[in-house]
Write a protein that binds this ligand. Structure first.
Ligand code: NPQ
Ligand code: MG
Length: 368
């Protein structure tokens, strides 16, 4: 298929509930949706960079620049018949994984639609529903946090992830664990600690957590390897893993036992699948992280999480957890067993809603 046109749509959707992490509180999600056109078919991808460089150095602004000025030109006019042909065309671009992923993923969707095959099938999915959980942000008070968790448990989520930071950690985890002794529970620090906090982090060993995610520096592996030797709870890396090579390095030095795979953070489905395969061969579990995506990104996450070694519940919640009016349909709902069904339609299996897209849009660029 010849890639004839590429569109960038910068959108903003208000959250159902504010989301606070160790790096700040946000009321809405900005994102770039990428549309790739060939003849009368369109494939969609979502860029998960944030409005500011907090989780990652990538932002809406840097991704827009890299997509418009480097990545789209490398793809426009090219003949593509396999999704794996995309990543090599971007190999001159260092970093900017979220920008690369958005465009590569749009091509996966386009090819899936053209061939009438679902993204999960293209990737080699092994199940038609995936276990999921919910990521609960930092709240102004412990009572408000407990009320949030209560709502999600009542909605049927069997696994909860709590965001932690210094001053919002052991006492919060203890309170949640005491109230829900059976709940599958894990924590994410988004790099808010240093090795000097090792004793504090070791106190979390008392609460039977599935894992502790990215406690230390966002680019670190060395200190995480030291910390892992002092903890019983498995460390899971998120921010530090940008490629299959990073995953191999981390496992080689014992920096983590588990990896959170985010398609955007690693540069697309091709790299995400490679990390999955590597971890499977090494006996390390993986799970699918979340970036508060629209239904476009969420559909892709569900397809990825259908692969065999995604043995831990993903941060892939029902659509209703995020936005009142998503830009794509159908909405995803939680099944009674805390799973979400993997879309079966061609490509990612969701359709853009043009009126919703127009209502959410801040900026549009057509290339090619
Ligand atoms: C994490 N996600 O696992 C991330 C953090 C995160 C669901 O906990 C805009 C940009 C919004 C970056 C929301 C979850 C974000 C963001 C969350 C990163 O670390
Ligand atoms: Mg994380």
């Amino acid at each position: 298929m010849r890639i004839q046109q590429i569109h960038l749509h910068h959108i903003r959707l208000p959250y159902v509930h504010p989301f606070e992490t160790s790096f700040g509180r946000e009321l809405s999600r900005e994102a770039i949706l990428v549309a790739v056109e060939s003849d009368d078919l369109t494939g969609w991808g979502e860029c998960v960079s944030g409005s500011g460089p907090w989780y990652s150095y990538e932002t809406i602004g840097t991704a827009w620049h890299v997509l418009a000025d480097f990545l789209a030109p490398a793809l426009l006019g090219q003949e593509i018949s396999q999704p794996e042909q995309v990543a090599p065309r971007f190999s001159r671009v260092r970093g900017h994984a979220m920008a690369r992923a958005a465009l590569e993923n749009a091509v996966w969707d386009l090819l899936g639609r053209a061939q009438g095959v679902s993204l999960a099938t293209m990737l080699g999915g092994a199940r038609n529903a995936v276990p999921v959980g919910v990521s609960v942000g930092i709240e102004p008070t412990l009572d408000e946090l407990l009320a949030q968790v209560e709502g999600y448990v009542a909605a049927g989520y069997a696994r909860v992830k709590l965001k932690i930071k210094p001053g919002w950690d052991v006492q919060v985890v203890r309170a949640v664990r005491e109230r829900w002794p059976q709940l599958a529970l894990q924590v994410d620090a988004n790099s808010a600690y240093t090795l000097a906090d090792a004793a504090r982090l070791a106190e979390l060993d008392a609460f039977d957590l599935l894992l502790i995610e990215q406690p230390l520096h966002h680019d670190d592996m060395v200190d995480h390897a030291v910390l892992q030797r002092r903890l019983r709870t498995p460390i899971c890396l998120d921010e530090s893993i940008h490629s299959p090579e990073h995953a191999r390095w981390a496992l080689d030095i014992g920096a983590c036992q588990i990896i959170n795979i985010k398609v955007g953070r690693v540069g697309g489905f091709t790299a995400a699948k490679a990390i999955h395969d590597l971890c499977m061969a090494r006996g390390a579990p993986v799970w699918c992280g979340g970036m508060l995506e629209t239904n476009i990104g969420r559909a892709g996450n569900l397809a990825l999480a259908a692969l065999a070694n995604f043995t831990l519940p993903g941060d892939i919640s029902a659509s209703a957890r995020y936005f009142h009016h998503d830009v794509a349909a159908p909405d995803f709902t939680l099944n009674a067993d805390s799973t979400i069904s993997v879309p079966e339609g061609p490509g990612a299996g969701v359709e853009i809603l043009p009126e919703r897209l127009a209502a959410a849009r801040l900026r549009h660029l057509a290339l090619g």
